[in-house]
Design a protein around this ligand. Structure first.
Ligand code: 5GP
Ligand code: ZN
Length: 108
């Protein structure tokens, strides 16, 4: 938990954000500024600034399994997964997250 991290605050429930999926490792919620008809973020409960700071191999496995479950719940059979890493790559929030990008027809 990082006090000045917006995703840590969301995970704590500070903003009453609805979680579309949750398990012991992560939460998933809709992106506030969607770049696709379905745009969901899968976010680990532990604060890791970016993929470059990730040391727990098991956690990434859990996050990818959570992506699969979240996509299924959202009715997506086809989707892209994106991890922006570093400012120059477009990372804005420095708490690791996986973007799920899909459309309602599931053929993005
Ligand atoms: P990044 O550019 O760091 O890979 O992605 C950060 C994403 O978080 C962006 O797509 C942005 O729209 C989303 N985002 C930033 N702040 C909030 C927020 O307070 N709530 C939600 N739901 N999404 C946010
Ligand atoms: Zn955080």
């Amino acid at each position: 938990m990082s006090n000045d991290c917006i995703f840590c605050k969301i995970i704590s429930g500070d903003f009453g954000t609805e979680f579309v999926y949750e398990n012991e490792y992560c939460v998933a919620f809709n992106d506030i500024n969607p770049k696709a008809p379905v745009h969901i973020l899968v976010v680990p409960k532990v604060h890791v600034a970016s993929l470059n700071e990730l040391e727990d191999k098991n956690l990434m496995g859990e996050l990818l399994m959570a992506v699969k479950e979240t996509a299924k719940k959202a009715g997506l059979s086809a989707y892209r997964v994106q991890i922006n890493t570093g400012k120059e790559a477009g990372q804005e929030v420095f708490h690791l997250h996986l973007h799920i990008l899909g459309n309602k027809k599931g053929n993005i």
